[in-house]
Design a protein around this ligand. Structure first.
Ligand SMILES: C[S@@+](CC[C@H](N)C(=O)[O-])C[C@H]1O[C@@H](n2cnc3c(N)ncnc32)[C@H](O)[C@@H]1O
Length: 207
């Protein structure tokens, strides 16, 4: 049987595939890096009119552009766009108890395409946000992280995120890594953390 390279979806598409496999209408989802809003729009479609998407970004211009897109699609009533660093995710949910915990949390690290390349995600705040996401996400839920190792901050962020992902106890979640290995430039990668339906307590305590 002849095989085509396209059986491997692009990294961003694969993130969507894995999220789509777990999210249900009526769920809550988080876009931890709204940017131009592509993942926010995707998540808003997945959760439907009875669901909720909470999107974080530190750039007001990105949020207002994304808001415009959401209005054009009629999705604005199911989305909270929050001008706050994703490291504040836990405290935001603690203040908004009417909003249920997320089944999916998506991160797309780096800088805004077409925006100021100096405004990028940073290792320390990214790790803080990932730890919050793992605490917040419901059993059976998923966290996806797309990262770009081709810039200076991206290198250390890459190592830190992969180190964090490797350290997650197997009893708590399973972790997958997806990347094209034979591209000419440093290629983006995807880490997905699938939180188990039932945690294996012994494994978690054992680390
Ligand atoms: C690669 S872009 C995201 C692209 C987006 N997913 C899309 O569909 O267009 C990364 C975004 O992360 C944002 N960002 C940087 N630091 C952040 C932080 N601490 N918390 C939330 N967003 C942050 C940037 O402002 C930028 O818009």
């Amino acid at each position: 049987m002849q095989r085509d390279w396209s059986i491997f979806p692009a990294v961003l598409s694969q993130a969507h595939n894995w999220v789509r496999a777990v999210i249900r209408p009526g769920d809550t989802a988080v876009d931890a890096t709204v940017g131009n809003g592509h993942d926010t729009v995707f998540l808003a479609g997945c959760v439907g009119p009875t669901g909720r998407v909470v999107g974080f970004d530190i750039q007001p211009a990105a949020l207002s552009k994304s808001h415009q897109t959401l209005v054009e699609l009629g999705y604005q009533d199911r989305v909270n766009l929050v001008e706050l660093g994703h490291q504040g995710m836990s405290s935001w949910f603690a203040r908004h108890t009417a909003i249920s915990r997320p089944r999916a949390v998506m991160f797309n690290l780096g800088y805004l395409p077409g925006g100021d390349k100096a405004i990028i995600t940073r290792t320390e705040t990214t790790l803080a946000a990932l730890r919050s996401a793992l605490e917040l996400v419901v059993a059976g839920g998923i966290i996806t992280v797309v990262a770009y190792p081709g810039h200076v901050e991206g290198e250390s962020e890459t190592e830190a995120v992969i180190g964090w992902a490797r350290s997650i106890p197997t009893g708590l979640a399973s972790v997958a890594f997806y990347q094209f290995l034979n591209s000419s430039k440093p290629s983006p990668w995807l880490v997905a953390v699938s939180r188990r339906e039932t945690a294996w307590q012994a494994d978690i305590q054992g680390g």
